[in-house]
Design a protein around this ligand. Structure first.
Ligand SMILES: CSC[C@H]1O[C@H](OP(=O)(O)O)[C@H](O)[C@@H]1O
Ligand code: ADE
Length: 298
């Protein structure tokens, strides 16, 4: 059994992880282009945390233009074992009020304009995604949020829209009729990619608004969202500290750690060497043999 190394992807309003011991920015390049911004690593209560701000410093990247592949790839390259995403979310459910936290457990993907896989073009893989969220990490994060003082909902279906516009009222009602409880623009393809990289993924959403389905409230507005996020940023950082304090000393293996064992369908002899080489981090357990073989035969 090994130790924990938590990768944190901070969403709107959470542009830094708070006080990390021995914090340092580390230069790490991705085979999939530029990550959103600097990667900061450090320790919280003795546990290593590595942080990237999803929309970059100064929130320059829209949900469509975030390089989700590079973000997950650099976290994997840093040796992260698990990924906790923190996001601003709209509520589609009466009981999930602004200020509450939701440990999301299901996702409906309505995004259309994003690179959704590390694989393809020479190495094809099909990972299982029935449960896109890791129940162990999600429960730990939920407990930590509760201990930090958040009003916490365990479980909730998140509908990921392309954005950047918020939904129409008809869409908002439609998503409610589908059984979705919260809405955002970033959980996909992030959760897909974490699974492909064999990284257990959990998503803690901070409710910032009621989207636009609720007659009794004004329609969603970005200024209000950021005000709620700012009011909750400390709570998110305290949640991380609580999480660090509550992690078991040893990290027992997760089935997600080895999900690629039965997912790659392209026979090894047919792998495209360049495609395999790019997978040296996300699928390092599997492809390193081939990359090395390619290197020796040249
Ligand atoms: C700031 S309003 C919309 C914006 O906020 C959420 O971002 P994130 O998931 O990174 O916290 C939402 O998904 C949109 O990107
Ligand atoms: N209502 C909403 N729709 C989409 N993304 C959001 N992020 C925060 N609130 C949102």
């Amino acid at each position: 059994m090994a130790g924990w190394h938590i990768g944190v992807i901070g969403g709107s309003g959470l542009y830094d992880p708070g006080a990390l011991d021995e914090a340092q920015e580390i230069p790490v390049a991705s085979a999939f282009g530029e990550p959103s911004g600097p990667v900061v690593t450090g320790r919280l209560g003795g546990v290593r945390f590595t942080f990237v701000a999803r929309h970059g410093a100064g929130h320059r990247l829209s949900p469509t233009h975030v390089n989700y592949r590079a973000n997950v790839d650099v976290l994997k390259r840093c040796g992260v074992t698990d990924v906790l995403a923190i996001s601003a979310i709209g509520s589609l459910a009466e009981d999930m009020a602004p200020g509450h936290f939701v440990a999301v457990d299901q996702i409906i993907d309505r995004t259309t304009r994003r690179e959704g896989s590390f694989f393809g073009n020479g190495v094809v893989a099909h990972v299982p995604l029935a449960d896109p969220v890791c129940p162990r990490l999600s429960a730990l994060a939920a407990d930590a949020a509760k201990a930090a003082g958040a009003t916490l909902h365990r479980g909730g279906t998140y509908v990921a829209i392309e954005g950047p516009q918020f939904s129409t009222r008809a869409e908002s009602h439609l998503y409610r009729s589908w059984g979705a409880q919260v809405i955002g623009m970033t959980a996909m393809p992030e959760a897909r990619l974490a699974r492909e990289a064999e990284l257990p993924y959990a998503l803690l959403g901070m409710v910032t608004d009621y989207d636009c389905w609720r007659d009794a409230t004004a329609d969603v507005d970005v200024t209000d969202i950021l005000a709620v996020m700012r009011a909750n940023a400390d709570l998110a950082q305290t949640t991380l500290a609580r999480l660090a304090a509550s992690l078991p000393g040893e990290r027992a293996a997760s089935p997600i750690d080895t999900v690629l064992d039965h997912a790659i369908i392209t026979p090894r002899d047919n792998w495209d060497p360049a495609a395999a080489a790019r997978l040296d981090a996300v699928a390092g357990r599997i492809v390193s043999v081939v990359s090395n073989r390619g290197a020796t035969s040249e």
